[in-house]
Design a binder for this molecule. Structure first.
Ligand SMILES: Nc1ncnc2c1ncn2[C@@H]1O[C@H](COP(=O)(O)OP(=O)(O)O)[C@@H](O)[C@H]1O
Ligand SMILES: [Mg+2]
Length: 385
């Protein structure tokens, strides 16, 4: 037997801490921010920014990309840019954030004994040793700001520190303006605010392509499969979830000794990250729903990320014949599909020019679902007899 082929060749590039070189669908935002920063810093003026958006909308990636690109740009006006990133999630106090900032300029102070403004003085002395436009990225800043931070005010006001400037980037899931004091709020006027919309399905698919090309062996994935993952992640518009699914599906494929990712691996990944279907949920389905779901599971088990509705209807008719049940009208069949969609078990995609829809089930491995349903329908049949 040949050893199983690796699929996840560069797994670390799917890790949330990895900063991808390209951010598809955030290029316009990146270009706009780069322009604004370059212009401001070239004039020696700091630029503050409030960056908001839902989980997985690319806030952290965009901010870090911006910082890295500015650092690489060389001198902007008199000085180069230098960025410091602090995740405030677990350091939701001005002092702990300040200690991190101090560490970033090579100063370590004891935790106590210094006031915030003394610490800020030390920070400014620290950055004077490396003249630069300092970009301070405060990520996950909600808790910090809601506790009535003074640091935001102090950092956004320390416009001239002798050599260079300090620009503040506040990153949060929600709008922070209502929580800021009036003078700080004035630092974040309309051109200093950017709200990222959740990614749509097509954008997620493009993101998945760019990341799969970095992480996976060429030939181990195709666009159809990445589109299946995008479909699963689309309701949240969350790129992080999409990438987690991709990594888990790739692991499932490797574990199965497969050469390439298949739809069944994606369903397994989805089922293990966010199980939405439980056996007890299947108990609540009608016999009609169970039958249609079984036809879907059997069709998908063989191959594919979805099945055309016409093909499915034929498979379902054959199944009813096999089970010895009555035939089902086209209307009932459609109504049942719609019910399954409403319950979140199935997704329906209008086909090209509306002639036939694509029916998908991404919740758990189709082979597993088929077994569960066969057991249930078998029992129901047994009861009837
Ligand atoms: N446009 C994009 N292109 C490629 N990868 C992206 C893009 N947007 C987000 N990602 C990736 O998705 C994950 C979540 O993004 P992140 O910036 O952490 O979201 P947020 O901070 O808004 O929760 C990260 O792994 C990030 O690299
Ligand atoms: Mg983030």
């Amino acid at each position: 037997m040949t050893p199983p082929t690796r699929i996840l060749l560069r797994e670390e590039t799917l890790d949330p801490s990895f900063l991808p070189p390209k951010l598809p669908h955030r290029e316009p935002e990146l270009a706009l921010l780069l322009k604004r920063y370059r212009e401001a810093l070239a004039r020696g003026v700091p630029f503050h920014l409030l960056l908001t958006g839902g989980v997985g909308s690319g806030k952290t990636a965009l901010a870090r990309r911006l910082a890295a690109d500015l650092e690489r740009a060389g001198r902007l006006g008199e000085y180069p840019a230098q960025a410091t990133y602090v995740n405030c999630w677990r350091r939701a106090s001005d002092r702990t954030v300040m200690l991190d900032l101090l560490r970033s300029v090579g100063v370590s102070l004891p935790d106590r004994g210094y006031s915030l403004s003394e610490m800020l003085d030390v920070f400014e002395q620290g950055i004077r040793r490396t003249p630069a436009h300092h970009l301070v990225l405060l990520d996950e800043a909600s808790a910090l700001v809601k506790q009535g931070t003074k640091l935001v005010y102090l950092l956004s006001r320390s416009r001239e520190v002798g050599l260079g400037s300090i620009s503040l980037v506040l990153i949060a899931a929600e709008d922070l303006l209502p929580y800021l004091d009036a003078p700080s709020r004035s630092s974040f006027g309309v051109t200093h605010r950017l709200a990222l919309a959740p990614y749509g399905r097509a954008a997620l698919a493009d993101i998945l392509v760019s990341r799969a090309e970095l992480a996976l062996r060429g030939g181990s994935f195709d666009r159809d499969l990445l589109d299946q993952i995008a479909r699963v992640a689309a309701p949240g518009g969350d790129a992080r979830f999409a990438l987690e699914l991709l990594a888990n599906a790739a692991r499932a494929a490797e574990d199965a000794g497969a050469e390439a990712l298949a739809a069944e691996h994606v369903r397994r990944a989805k089922g293990s990250i966010l199980p939405t279907v439980t056996e007890s949920q299947l108990e609540t389905l009608s016999t009609n729903q169970l039958g249609v779901l079984l036809a879907i599971a059997r069709s998908l088990k063989r191959r594919g990320t979805s099945v055309p509705s016409q093909k499915l209807r034929a498979a379902h008719a054959a199944l009813l014949e096999e089970l010895g049940g009555p035939t089902m009208s086209r209307t009932t069949f459609w109504r049942t599909l719609k019910e399954l969609e409403r319950d979140g078990l199935v997704s329906l995609d209008a086909g090209a020019s509306g002639e036939s829809s694509q029916v998908a089930m991404d919740e758990l491995p189709a082979s597993f679902l088929a077994t569960l349903l066969e057991e249930r329908l078998g029992r129901a049949g047994g009861r009837k007899a």
